[in-house]
Design a protein around this ligand. Structure first.
Ligand code: ZN
Ligand code: ZN
Length: 352
């Protein structure tokens, strides 16, 4: 019987990983391609990845694969050889290798079969996510930015677009990808003769979006290879002008990587020029919003006076207030609710 799941405790697995002396490399990759039997594919891949001491998160669906993994660096060549041979669609697949990572983020391999690798809400059975638009490399992106017959479409969320985007890119004002897809089709309906360039953070969303545009009769659809991350990396490496302005929002402590010096956003509390996201210090709120240094001091890291009052209460009192209140990562969205007098007038939404 092959081992298809781990039966050792999480704590023990983590301890084992930390005790490893061999360096690990963290990589991510995704590919849209048809997998006829996702479970069989998963079970076979699980065994092969385990043999190479791969840890991480892998999602497999009928539409493809999405993976964030780490492996002993000396297994990298063997891993590539394996991955490239699993299916012709994976041959020579671009792997994103994390450079500033210690390889210690994962200590177990979790490989799951899902309905989709990126939830899209599309019910049309004839939609083929592997029929995607054309990839654009960094220099091609720059050429397209100068082409008057080309429209750049940002497929990320509002709070991401707010702090950084390609010059003149169109925002699709919704907080969920599933809502954005039909919205993009609708918004661009009169521009079917134009070149449509879609982009997102790492490429996985815009690639599916490009397939959806093609599915809806758009002819000239492109997407930025590897997303903003890869574009910025390649443009710098090749000495090209970097035409992404502001910050690329990422969900880690930095809450964004600065790409250009321009600050294109504003503090949500006072309106000063600022593009630093933060989470409200009130545990019962945790709102994701933009706050300048001055307001951070004034509001003690909170999004509002209400939250500031709350964090000043004794911990037991705070907990009592939180009980029963809906919690979770909330984001401030100006695209739907106009900023009036502070943040209390805005409604909050959960991040999908
Ligand atoms: Zn401020
Ligand atoms: Zn708050």
């Amino acid at each position: 019987m092959p081992v298809l799941h781990n039966r050792i405790s999480n704590k023990e697995l983590k301890a084992r990983m930390l005790a490893e002396t061999q360096p690990r490399t963290t990589i991510s990759f995704y590919k849209y391609f048809n997998i006829l039997d996702p479970l069989a594919f998963r079970n076979s891949l699980y065994q092969q990845f385990t043999d190479l001491s791969v840890f991480g998160r892998v999602y497999i669906a009928k539409e493809g694969i999405n993976a964030q993994i780490s492996l002993p660096t000396h297994h990298l060549a063997a891993f590539k050889a394996l991955l490239y041979s699993v299916d012709p669609a994976l041959d020579n697949l671009r792997l994103n290798i994390a450079l500033d990572d210690d390889g210690k983020s994962f200590w177990v391999l979790r490989m799951k079969v899902r309905d989709r690798v990126v939830a899209d809400g599309i019910e049309d059975e004839t939609f083929n996510p592997s029929r995607t638009g054309e990839y654009l490399k960094a220099d091609q992106v720059n050429q397209m930015l100068d082409d008057p017959d080309t429209l750049f479409v940002d497929m990320r969320n509002h709070y991401e677009y707010e702090v950084g985007h390609f010059e003149n890119a169109i925002e699709i004002p919704s907080d969920t990808f599933r809502e954005q897809l039909p919205m993009a089709v609708e918004m661009l309906q009169d521009n079917k003769d134009k070149n449509i360039v879609m982009y997102c953070t790492g490429g996985i969303r815009c690639e599916k979006a490009s397939a959806y545009m093609l599915h809806n009769g758009f002819k000239n659809v492109y997407h930025v290879e590897g997303g903003i991350i890869e574009y910025a990396r390649k443009a710098r490496e090749q000495g090209l002008p970097v035409r992404f302005i502001g910050k690329n929002f990422v969900f880690d402590e930095r809450m964004g990587e600065r790409i250009s010096d321009q600050v294109i956003a504003h503090c949500h509390q006072c309106g000063a020029s600022c593009d630093s996201h933060t989470n409200c210090k009130n545990e019962g709120c945790h709102l994701l919003f933009i706050q300048c240094q001055e307001c951070a001091t004034k509001f003690e890291g909170c999004c509002s006076e209400v939250c500031r009052e709350e964090v000043r209460l004794p911990e037991t009192e705070q907990r009592a207030r939180r009980a029963g209140r809906e919690n979770g990562a909330k984001i401030f969205n100006k695209s739907r609710h106009r900023l009036q007098d502070g943040l209390n007038s805005t409604s909050l939404q959960s991040v999908e």
